[in-house]
Design a protein around this ligand. Structure first.
Ligand code: MN
Length: 261
């Protein structure tokens, strides 16, 4: 991954699940851009919306000096492409998509992670056994949890749990949530659709991340667990790992102080 200057390990996995006929999730993972979109809309229109979105963001992959503003600008491009396609194709009326992910951007002259989110797909960060949900869902149930009307546990079974309050495919680009922070060796990100998080709890996700698997095996195991636990939705997972000790920094001839006579 020379364009980013960081030696990232990446795994991607997706599955249609046990119930749905189409996989309306889409993912892009290359060149410092790692995004998942979960399309909504009948007659396979959802996969058009999610595909247009990850395609638009994928155009930023490998770009030197990528800025957060470029990512938000490209989400506006994706939104307009969805609206244009829907206007030309009546079967696509009302199609929409979530989008979430993490990308390497330049901030203050050094590489930083930029996490972005619209909707209820998620980005988690894992380091040294601790799993943190970076994104905040844009959903009816999250608003009810925030207001104190229901608990997070009740949200998992609530009838409004699939209703997103922000997405691409609406007339105006909604406010995009973003977080920018410096990279930290040893960290991993999980970028996923709700097909993972509705089937696999945070404790189970943490256990799989802590099992010593490489990025690809980790992504595949998370997806398999979601399907095993019910597979009621499409499930897509990207795992991005910044190894603790980049290979380029390992000097075979170096010996510890006092270790050689
Ligand atoms: Mn979904």
């Amino acid at each position: 991954m020379s364009t980013t200057g960081l030696d990232l390990r990446v795994g991607v996995a997706t599955d249609v699940g046990r119930v749905r006929e189409h996989n309306e999730d889409a993912a892009f993972a290359d060149g410092g851009v790692f995004v998942v979109a979960d399309g909504m809309g009948g007659h396979a229109a959802g996969e058009i919306a999610s595909g247009l979105t990850v395609g638009a963001l994928g155009e930023l992959a490998g770009r030197e000096d990528l800025r957060l503003a470029d990512i938000v600008g490209q989400l506006d491009v994706a939104n307009r492409r969805i609206l244009r396609s829907a206007a030309k194709n009546p079967g696509q009326t009302g199609m929409a998509t979530t989008v979430t992910g993490v990308a390497l951007v330049s901030a203050g002259g050094s590489p930083h992670w930029a996490v972005l989110n619209l909707g209820d797909s998620r980005v988690y960060r894992y380091i040294e056994g601790t799993l943190t949900q970076v994104t905040v869902d844009h959903s009816e149930v999250q608003e009810l949890v925030d207001a104190g009307f229901i608990t997070p546990a009740e949200a998992l079974r609530h009838p409004l749990r699939h209703t997103v309050t922000r997405s691409l495919g609406r007339e105006i680009l909604p406010q995009v949530d973003t977080w920018v922070f410096p990279p930290c060796p040893g960290e991993r990100f999980v970028v996923c659709s709700d097909g993972l998080t509705n089937e696999v709890g945070d404790d189970e996700i943490r256990a799989i991340l802590g099992a010593g698997l490489d990025a690809q095996a980790c992504a595949q195991t998370l997806v398999e667990r979601a399907v095993d636990n019910g597979g009621r939705d499409n499930v897509t997972v990207i795992v991005v790992e910044l190894p603790a000790y980049p290979a380029a920094e390992v000097d075979e001839d170096t010996v510890p102080r006092g270790g050689a006579s």
